[in-house]
Design a protein around this ligand. Structure first.
Ligand SMILES: NC(=O)c1ccc[n+]([C@@H]2O[C@H](COP(=O)([O-])OP(=O)(O)OC[C@H]3O[C@@H](n4cnc5c(N)ncnc54)[C@H](OP(=O)(O)O)[C@@H]3O)[C@@H](O)[C@H]2O)c1
Length: 435
């Protein structure tokens, strides 16, 4: 195909992101054609309902009721999958498109986290492009930054705020002092949280994105099941207030690193953490996303921007299309799939650090002694211990503790010693301090 020929695309899914792509190409088509060296032209589209008004003009494009048909069309070079879901029709379409030698662009982090290796191999065999910039941190060009901008570095660590809903809730709790459930309801009302927010607030969405970042950053095989993920549902207003008194904010931090110089092992975790106020991730507020990357020569790179929304996500999708139109050949994970290393998982018990622990206990004499005895018996020394206020007679009180640096295994052991203690009203909440 001559370079000035349009890159012909098909869109599967015309929801928030799909309609955003149509709008963006209509608004900036000339500029994009100049930058890409050729126009990007939509040949065909598909969604569930043909009649639904999407606020964009679809009349110039062919319509397919069955989106699988997009992969069979002769007038399509690249299929853009914007339907969602790890499996099902999105995965079937992705396999079909790559199998037919067509390029595939997707914003689907769940599908890439689960099936990215298979799709990368399919793309490699077919000599087809596979791109998913929009799958991680929406509009932020962080995959390109990692795979291309930081290509000369050994990446040591990746830290990110990768879920806008969780970050919105945590920063709103910080600003208003309100509890999690009330802020979640507000976020749903304002359209920041889905009707079913489970993936967002339980850390699964961030885990999908972290697994993708880690594979690209470290040149390792995708290992989504290896991500330890915990969400923000147990964080209380009192934890945020206590963190503030200590000079910290609470953030849902996604962290990945390669541990050990020989036979490096992969550590991947998403969990609410105490982040010191001066840390760049502490300044990330509301639905914003940010990713910090530590490279051995470049030092720390910080990417920040909108992690969702039609405009930012469409921007990342179209950037991938521009790359393909220019003939870009970067492998989807920065290395040919056969060269991605299979790294063993690091043992979290060996990690050392300080922990914040909040206990909800019965307001009875001797309870503090039980907590400190468990810490002593597990070899964990306590840096500070605070009993928060005094509720009504016979009620529960919160006791918060910050430990000195200790192996995580020792902290877990202390909590095991306390398991089932009648004075503990609920399981303790542990948050690591990012130092
Ligand atoms: N929204 C964001 O800000 C954002 C950010 C980053 C990544 N993403 C990812 O982008 C993808 C799309 O998200 P979205 O927010 O645009 O979703 P959405 O608004 O729910 O749109 C999904 C689209 O897929 C269509 N669809 C669903 N099932 C289908 C089927 N079986 N056959 C054909 N079409 C089907 C829907 O058709 P109808 O319209 O006819 O129902 C709709 O047009 C997801 O993978 C998501 O994770 C989204």
């Amino acid at each position: 195909m001559a370079k000035s020929e349009p890159l012909r695309i098909a869109l599967a899914g015309l929801g928030t992101v799909g309609a955003g792509v149509v709008r963006l190409l209509a608004a900036n088509g000339g500029l994009i054609a100049a930058r890409a060296g050729r126009p990007i032209a939509i040949s065909a589209v598909s969604a569930r309902s043909r009649r639904r008004d999407r606020g964009v003009d679809l009349t110039p494009f062919a319509w397919e009721d069955d989106m699988a048909a997009l992969a069979r069309r002769g007038d399509v070079d690249v299929v853009v999958e914007l339907v969602g879901g790890a499996d099902g029709p999105a995965l079937a379409l992705a396999r079909r498109a790559l199998g037919a030698g067509k390029g595939l662009v997707t914003a689907n982090k769940a599908m890439i986290a689960h099936h990215g290796m298979e799709l990368a191999r399919l793309a490699d065999e077919a000599g087809a492009a596979l791109r998913f910039e929009a799958a991680v941190a929406g509009g932020i060009p962080v995959l390109k930054g990692l795979a291309e901008g930081a290509a000369a570095n050994r990446v040591r660590a990746i830290d990110g705020i990768l879920n806008g809903t969780s970050n919105f809730i945590l920063t709103r709790m910080e600003q208003t002092g309100a509890e999690f459930a009330a802020v979640l309801a507000e976020a749903q009302g304002r359209g920041y949280a889905e009707a079913d927010p489970a993936f967002d607030i339980e850390g699964v969405d961030a885990a999908h994105k972290l697994a993708i970042l880690a594979a690209i950053g470290f040149g390792t095989c995708l290992d989504f099941p290896g991500v330890e993920a915990r969400g923000i549902g147990a964080v209380r207003a009192a934890d945020i207030a206590r963190a503030a008194a200590l000079g910290y904010v609470v953030r849902l931090v996604a962290h990945a690193e390669l541990v050990g110089p020989e036979e490096p092992r992969l550590f991947q975790r998403v969990a609410p953490c105490l982040v010191p106020r001066g840390h760049p991730l502490a300044a990330v507020k509301g639905a914003t996303n940010a990713v910090a990357i530590e490279g051995d020569f470049v030092g720390r790179l910080l990417f920040e921007g909108a992690g969702a929304g039609d405009g930012p996500t469409a921007s990342a999708v179209v950037a991938d299309l521009v790359d393909i139109a220019r003939g870009g050949r970067t492998p989807p994970f920065g290395l040919p799939p056969a060269l991605l290393r299979r790294a063993a998982r690091a043992d979290p018990g060996e990690r050392r650090g300080r922990s914040y622990i909040r206990f909800t206990v019965a307001d009875r004499p001797g309870v503090l002694a039980q907590l400190t005895a468990a810490m002593r018996d597990a070899g964990v020394s306590i840096e500070s211990l605070v009993q928060e206020g005094r509720p009504e007679e016979g009620g529960e009180v919160l006791v918060t503790m910050v430990t000195h640096e200790a192996p995580e295994r020792a902290v877990s052991h202390a909590l095991t010693l306390l398991e089932g203690a009648p004075d503990l009203a609920e399981p303790p909440l542990v948050m690591r301090l990012v130092d």
